[in-house]
Design a protein around this ligand. Structure first.
Ligand code: NAD
Length: 350
């Protein structure tokens, strides 16, 4: 087949709008669930309690032990609580870490998920799961982990600090950039990615300037939804590979790593991906996409380079080894020298 595409739509219901959390009871009912376990991190326990309060008798309990990278002991503990209270589903309230815990429960115990995202990471839109055991993170794709319904309420993102809002938004934007040159793209993915980038690039500077700006928060969350949906539908490239290796090997913060690396991979890849570059030029209204992404990062207060996250220059060679050992598909097949140059630039950065 030449010049065509295969597009597989993922079945998800989305409710988005300021104050949407008030509809959580209806959403749980719509899914036919009667006793849900509410999941959160310890930091977001108050919000989880508020959700349980709104659900009344439909809430079977709250588990607030979600942690980064979905450690298996945490999944076991949450599953034990779900069993004790007789949960028939879960409501995951939080960022990628909490939604990741919901996905692990869906994968292992077939509990359906209603996701209430409070960051821009986009995990709620993907069939990708991750589990960490004995220091190793395994990931996979399985339709069973897709949330049945996603409720986006921008009011819940007002508490996301400006610096995290900026890096989390750029993490989402990176999903769209890689979807635009993915081998399994389609005209629908291009349209979603372009709009997602337009929304995030317009909204994030406003969000960082005034975290309580609900119109900007709404637009940012809409962008995150579209970019997450792009990630869920396509194959990731060199950018995600680099970030996964950096995060896993050096235990770096997820969103910051994406935000720092993105302009450098864009500079490398877009040179060989003219259609993706054209879509991003339209979305950003600029001629030089990598420069615009670097500028945006600077305006959003992204750390100046991987060195600012504590990465030692001597670590870069190990990272390059692992990136090249099992590369993701990419518009350019990187040589060792390419990866080293890219990492060096991201390390030094501004
Ligand atoms: P996170 O979920 O780890 O949250 C970081 C911290 O911010 C937590 O303490 C959380 O409670 C807090 N927080 C979240 N929302 C808040 C809010 N509105 N106000 C105040 N505090 C808030 O961060 P993340 O960046 O959303 O998720 C990162 C994780 O998600 C990584 O492990 C990454 O691998 C995973 N992820 C997975 C996918 C996927 O498709 N599977 C996609 C993107 C990210």
């Amino acid at each position: 087949m030449s010049g065509g595409f295969v597009h597989e739509a993922l079945p998800m219901r989305v409710v988005l709008g300021a104050g949407a959390l008030a509809r959580i009871g209806e959403e749980v009912e719509h899914l036919g669930l009667r006793r849900v376990l509410v999941l959160s991190t310890p930091e977001q326990r108050d919000l989880a309690d508020r959700v349980a309060g709104l659900l009344g008798a439909r809430a079977a309990g709250v588990f607030d032990g979600a942690r980064m990278h979905v450690p298996v002991p945490v999944v076991d503990a949450a599953a034990a609580v779900a069993g004790e209270v007789g949960a028939d589903g879960c409501v995951a309230v939080g960022g990628g870490s909490t939604i990741g815990l919901g996905k692990a429960l869906a994968l292992r115990h077939a509990l359906p998920i209603l996701a209430v995202p409070t960051t821009y990471a986009g995990s709620e839109m993907t069939p990708i799961w991750g589990l960490t055991e004995d220091g190793r993170k395994r990931t996979g794709r399985d339709r069973a982990v897709l949330p049945r319904s996603v409720l986006y309420d921008p009011e819940l993102t007002v508490s996301l600090p400006p610096a995290i809002s900026g890096t989390s938004g750029l993490n989402a934007l990176a999903h769209a950039v890689e979807a635009l040159y993915a081998p399994d793209g389609s005209p629908l993915i291009t349209a979603m990615a372009e709009q997602g980038v337009r929304d995030l690039a317009a909204a994030l500077p406003l969000v960082v300037a005034d975290p309580t700006d609900l119109d900007a928060r709404t637009r940012a969350l809409q962008g995150a939804w579209l970019c997450g949906a792009c990630l869920g539908a396509t194959t990731m490239g060199l950018h995600h590979k680099l970030c996964h290796v950096l995060g896993g090997m050096l235990d770096l913060p997820h969103a910051e790593t994406h935000a720092i690396v993105l302009p450098h991979v864009a500079r490398y890849n877009l040179a060989m991906a003219p259609e993706a570059d054209a879509a991003l030029r339209r979305a950003l209204g600029v001629a030089d996409v990598p420069a615009a992404l670097a500028d945006l990062g600077e305006r959003l207060g992204v750390p100046g380079g991987l060195a600012a996250l504590g990465v030692e220059r001597a670590d870069l060679a190990r990272v390059a080894d692992e990136v090249l050992a099992a590369p993701y598909r990419n518009p350019r097949v990187p040589t060792r020298a390419d990866v080293e140059t890219l990492l060096e630039a991201a390390w030094r950065s501004r």
